[in-house]
Design a binder for this molecule. Structure first.
Ligand SMILES: NC(=O)C1=CN([C@@H]2O[C@H](COP(=O)(O)OP(=O)(O)OC[C@H]3O[C@@H](n4cnc5c(N)ncnc54)[C@H](OP(=O)(O)O)[C@@H]3O)[C@@H](O)[C@H]2O)[C@@H](O)CC1
Ligand SMILES: Nc1ncnc2c1ncn2[C@@H]1O[C@H](COP(=O)(O)OP(=O)(O)O)[C@@H](O)[C@H]1O
Ligand SMILES: [K+]
Length: 512
């Protein structure tokens, strides 16, 4: 079972409510829980937004308990000596929220019109939390639109108001937060691609939920997990046996490149090299061999017969020599027969890019269905476009749901790339999904994925289990890119620099 359940589990609104109810049934008063949560929010807010720079604070208050949290925060900030003003577009509210409102008034905290918040240094958003179920309209929608156009930092409590807790879609309009403090367990919607532009920096504020309540509601087969960036420390760098020789550190075969996409082969090789893999062999079209040899002198380059600039067939290779094969970067569709040959091999396998496109164009019995019969693991690494080509029936299904179904169908590990890369692997009768919570749009440029495919291949060849490879590789790739973007801006994370920075990143800085 996973340690620190509450730091990794992802919940829906219904699950969160069920857990909350168990806490209340066990005797915790609702008001006491709200007080505890809001004090923790205030404490963290005070660290991030100290009084010397953030004196004037605007508080947005909704009618439910999200608004109640915000009112307790308002009271505490008032006692810190800050200038607090409250805006609420609602005439009625839940009883607990109402009494906190009364007390705030009795303390002399002003309830103001929206315009009076325009000179605030910070806005705290407590309009809606996980209780939002219908579209935001009217005065509330106008208020959100207006606030979003001010250049004032916004801290959202639990969720940016207007986002749906479960699917992360915007319900008409939503707050664009600078920071979101998610309360209790991670909410599913916050880790979706559609929520990403609204969430800002995401943090979790725990409130000591007893683990047995989480188990009781989520169950042992819980399908959805957040990857903690900190676990990279446990996985990398790989520690070597002091008396190792090169063939004990894994032999990776890359099957990559075409005349049209020669660079992809080089980028995959650079990614693989960064893993320290003991031996690297690279199969490319014969005409590419001199180029690859100059750039990667430490690799064994296998020149293959070619057709239309792509690999026509692999020469007689003994696949047993390789601990893993990574196939597809820049391969071109002309190389389809080669992909078939590789799927039929018994080696642990990464299929990327044209490897996936070839798989999609093979008929199902010799392509996708074959994956289930493989002796060894396979990791598919599609972005959403490639995913839809592979699984056309799933193109209208929600991303995470689609991923789970595809894993059940193929019994393979699938790494679905994007701004919130999601990794799923077969688990008993269903699949488990892990979501990478942090990345950077600096990676949105041609070739980033080729570097990743090489990295995954290098890790797989060194004997890491496929699920760990997918998680560790994704984390390393995205955290190195974040690190690089801090030094060179988001414009400076080109794939060559990224590949060259993977090891300096591991050596110098890991997320704490
Ligand atoms: N996690 C936990 O365990 C803890 C949770 N806590 C906090 O509680 C929050 C959840 O509170 P909640 O259930 O009261 O829901 P919340 O989101 O505040 O309000 C929904 C209200 O808005 C209304 N409404 C809905 N849609 C609307 C619309 N489109 N336009 C207009 N109105 C609309 C709806 O009223 P209705 O109109 O439907 O009667 C309802 O009253 C949670 O996010 C966290 O901050 C902590 O205090 C303690 C620990
Ligand atoms: N907006 C984004 N935010 C974070 N990561 C991104 C974003 N866009 C792309 N990426 C990452 O960059 C990589 C791009 O891979 P891919 O689409 O295969 O590119 P290519 O085929 O050009 O190499 C993936 O790891 C993906 O997760
Ligand atoms: K909120």
């Amino acid at each position: 079972m996973i340690d620190c359940l509450s730091s990794q589990a992802i919940a829906t609104a219904a699950q969160m409510q069920a857990i909350e109810n168990l806490i209340f049934q066990a005797g915790m008063p609702v008001a006491a829980l709200m007080e505890k949560v809001a004090l923790r929010i205030t404490q963290r807010l005070t660290e991030l937004y100290p009084a010397r720079n953030y004196r004037r604070i605007g508080i947005l208050v909704g009618s439910g308990h999200n608004g109640g949290d915000a009112l307790v925060v308002a009271r505490e900030l008032h006692h810190q000596g800050r200038q607090v003003r409250i805006y609420t577009p609602f005439a009625k509210s839940k009883p607990l929220t109402r009494v906190h409102g009364c007390y705030a008034k009795s303390l002399g905290i002003p309830f103001v019109d929206l315009e009076a918040l325009q000179d605030c240094d910070l806005i705290v958003d407590g309009i809606f939390g996980f209780g939002l179920e219908r579209d935001v309209t009217g005065d509330v929608a106008i208020a959100i639109h207006t606030i979003n156009n001010w250049q004032i930092p916004i801290l959202s409590i639990d969720l940016p108001s207007g986002l749906h807790t479960d699917h992360g879609k915007v319900m008409g309009i939503a707050i664009r937060a600078t920071h979101t403090f998610c309360l209790g367990l991670w909410k599913r919607g916050l880790l979706t691609e559609s929520a990403t532009p609204y969430v800002g920096k995401l943090e979790r504020i725990g409130f000591d939920i007893p683990e047995q309540f989480i188990h009781q509601v989520l169950g042992d087969q819980h399908p959805l997990w957040r990857i903690e960036p900190q676990i990279l420390r446990d996985r990398l760098p790989i520690v070597r046996n002091p008396i190792a020789h090169k063939y004990e550190i894994g032999h990776l075969l890359l099957v990559v490149g075409s005349q049209q996409y020669g660079g992809a082969a080089l980028l995959a090789a650079m990614g693989a090299k960064a893993t320290g893999v003991g031996m690297l062999s690279i199969a490319v079209p014969h005409s590419l061999k001199p180029l690859i040899l100059v750039q990667v002198p430490d690799a064994l380059v296998i020149g293959c017969p070619e057709t239309a600039g792509a690999i026509a067939e692999l020469p007689n290779l003994d696949f047993a020599k390789y601990q893993a094969i990574a196939c597809g970067c820049g391969l071109s569709l002309e190389a389809m027969p080669v992909v078939k040959q590789i799927i039929d091999s018994d080696r642990p396998l990464i299929l990327d890019a044209d490897g996936l496109n070839a798989l999609a164009s093979l008929d199902r019995a010799t392509g996708l269905d074959q994956l289930q019969n493989r002796k060894n693991s396979v990791i598919l690494t599609p972005h959403w476009g490639e995913f839809c080509r592979l699984f056309p029936d799933l193109r209208t299904v929600e991303r995470i749901e689609a991923l789970q179904r595809a894993v059940t169908l193929t019994q393979s590990t699938i790494l679905l790339k994007g701004s919130k890369t999601a990794i799923a692997f077969p688990h008993n009768t269903s699949s488990q999904v892990w979501i990478n919570p942090e990345s950077t749009p600096a990676l949105a440029r041609g070739g980033s994925g080729d570097v990743l495919a090489g990295m995954l291949g290098g890790l797989l060849a060194q004997g890491m289990a496929a699920n760990d490879v997918a998680i560790a590789g994704t984390l390393w790739h995205s955290q190195a890119a974040i690190w690089l973007a801090k030094q060179r801006t988001e414009m400076g994370v080109d794939p060559v620099t990224l590949a060259q920075s993977l090891l300096p990143f591991l050596g110098q800085e890991l997320p704490v």
